[in-house]
Design a protein around this ligand. Sequence first.
Ligand code: ZN
Length: 506
Amino acid sequence: MNTGNLKTILLPTSLLLLLACSEQQAIDTEDAGPLARTVVETMLDNMGGLASLRNIDSIVMSGNGTRNRLGQIPVTGGIDPDATLSGVTETIDFVLGHAAFDNDVVVGDGFSQHRTEALTTWRGQKIGWGTTRGRPNIATSVNGLFSWATQNTPEMLLRRNPVSIAIAADGAPQGQVARQVSFNGRPHWAVDTLLGPEEITIMIDQETGLPGGFSALDTETMLGDVNAEYRYSDYRPVGDVMLPFRHEIIKDGQPYSSMNYTDIRINDPTALTVFTVPDDVTEQADQVVAQQAWAPLQWNRVSDTVFHVVAFSHHSMVVEFPDFVAVIEGPYTEAQSMTLARLIEDNIGKPIRYVIPTHPHYDHTGGLRALAAAGASVLTAQGHEDEIRAIIESSHSNPPDALAQRVAAGAEVGQVELFSGMTEISDGDQSLLLYEVETIDHVNPKVLAFVEADGILFQSDLFFGGPGPDAAALFQAIQTLGLPVEQIVGGHGGVLPYASLVEVNQ
Ligand SMILES: [Zn+2]
């Protein structure tokens, strides 16, 4: 039998199979339910009525919870530690489109921070301001906000909250039939609707007639597009309405965050002070308005060809070669990388050929995609390949970030390039040595970068001037590699003499 005959025999068979399947689906319609409008109207009544929900101008939710997916794995391929959130205050101003987080976050190993991040308005433009206790306030463009709260940014809190979701249910189209689904282990009616431009599915609990939650496509800065499920329970009266006091967020099938609220207040104007841009960053806020994408950065010269670009918490090092520059570390946010790219253009005027992440922790990699969008290859240690590829190569569609927009426009963007063990970037007299070190506890492996001509070593998260296990491991690694280090440039902090690392390891 020739293959032509085989095809003619197989084709009808597969068609029959298709027909059989569609017939099966047609019979299997017991998941269809009442009209969506009917269950939505009951739901809105149960929540206190659409008018009462629309009268909510602002909301303040306080409580305690957990946050997962922080991107702080201790060893590549390892388990991301969970964090607890305490003293959480989440504030939303629905009228002006503002949202803010304020909370303490404690990561598995005991690292803790008190953080505040707010999406607000300055001179008619949306901007962000934020602070970590002990560090200065900053103002930044909205894509410069980075949160380790119940969401990745306050902008997500503004889009994903039970009030907005309940009101969005009212937009469910006429004629839609609700589908019976199991959601969070209970029978629900699923209703599709629009939340602004987004398609979401609201789940209405068949027993309580209240929203059990909703599903949507979230674009996470680091994870990219993920299917997200928001679960609401523990409904209690707040003024004229019923609101859920327990929220759980599942992204990509895994726990993302959860909150038990102890207090929810509506229309309390005193809560809105968090949206006032602090006096000490109004000049920065003016910069944001002037530049569109902006985060505060200082351009510090370390040698003739090496520059320390200092942000409010996470820094980069720029190494100038005859024809290009290499950047060590693309931390934190898109706004920071866009500002860094402008500073490089203004101060050096050469293309960014490489960005080199020292480790895949999210706070040190949140700006990688924006540098790839600017054309930089992401030169990555073999041991970080999976984590860095996941960041650079995931799709980001809701909304698209700078890299996704460049790719969609068919522009040339930087790709992931790998090195294993050790590599050297050299051009003319300049040479940058990169080492993939496997003896440091903070994260394994860890990349150290060394500018040979100036004796300048770049490290992140290991040495802050005092002794400690990571400082000892860094000292040991430098000894083992036999590097003639003179100065240490930090992903945090400033530039330290090598003698200070020697001193704490005597
Ligand atoms: Zn780290």
